[in-house]
Each structure stands twice: as structure tokens, then as C-alpha cells.
Write a protein that binds this ligand. Sequence first.
Ligand code: GLU
Length: 204
Amino acid sequence: MCGIVGYTGPKPAFAFLIDGLKRLEYRGYDSAGISLLNDDSVLTVKSVGKVVNLEAKRPSGQKHMHTGIAHTRWATHGIPSERNAHPHTDEKGLFAVVHNGIIENHADLRKRLEAAGHKFASDTDSEVIPHLIEEFYHGDLAEAVAAALHQISGTYGIAVISAMHPDTIITARLGSPIVIGLGKDANMVASDVTALVTYTRDVI
Ligand code: GLU
């Protein structure tokens, strides 16, 4: 179980998220990734190894992207690799998810989703989440995430963004830690308060 950071506010999200991931490095991890909301699409970068490798992939135009989620992975299902690094998305790339924990019924869920036409891009247990969200989405992101999580047995701390929902991060937890940080004009999420302490002391 490794690190999650999310940010929505006036700052460029990429720099905030890289800083947060660096603060969580002490936990150990094998790969890292970030998804940013870019107008009406989700832009994702991933790398194997240290967070500095991810930082070197800073996407052009990132200064104008103010909402994003980030992850350091400690592989439990699928080898450490770029394709298995989080965030994971549905095949249309509309929903991006970072996940800490283990989804015990992932094989059954994956079989059902593949039979319904979903195309998987990784070997992780986590990837069932964005596909389930896509299946349950009818305009309300929080409702779709809740419906997706009702299908899951196991543990999770998650953060979700969607191309259809600017300035929004949905987070949830069961058996894995998540804190929400409230800023003056920004909100944050993390798996460990260490990632947020320099920005806010107001945490839920
Ligand atoms: N079980 C997930 C995976 O293997 C999440 C691992 C983690 O908590 O970092 O990708």
C-alpha cells in the first residue's frame, strides 16, 4: 500500500503533486504517475523508479492544469512497469483513478467487464475501478464511484478525476488511509498527512 496525493486549486497541480509524492517517498515504491485535468480531457504521465523520473516528464502546458491526482505504487498485482503504474483509466480515458490497497474480487469483475466489451490496459487489480465507474456513470461522478465501490471486496483508498467534472476530486476509503486537506482556496487529498502539512493544518 503506497502513496496518494490529489490537488485542486489555483496553483499548477503538477508541481504540487510532485512535491507531495516526494514527501511520501520514505514509504518505498516501484513506480509513479500523475493524471491532470486538461480542459475536457485527462492527461496522464507515468514512470518506473524514482519520482524524479516522473518529474522529468513534466507535460507542456501543465501550468494551466489546476486539478490532478498522483500515486506511488508498491505492486501487489502485476509487475512494476509503466503500464501497471497508476493512475488507471477506462478505455475512453474519461475517468482516472489512483488506488492503494487490494481488490480481492478483481478477477471476477474483470471477466464480467471484459465480456461487456471493456478493454484493459494493465495487469493490476486496481484497473477494474475506472471501468466500473464508466459503467455506472450517468452524469453524477460521486454516485458512479459509490456504485462502483459497492461491487468491490477488499481494501481501498482512492482518488478519482473525470474529464467531465472540472475542479473536482472524488475520494473514498475502506481499510486504507485517506486524509482530505482544506486550504484557503484549494482542496487536497493524500494517503498520509505528511504530504499536506506544509500547505494546511486543516484536515479531515
Ligand atoms: N494493488 C494495487 C496494484 O498492485 C495497488 C498497490 C498499492 O497500494 O500501491 O497496483
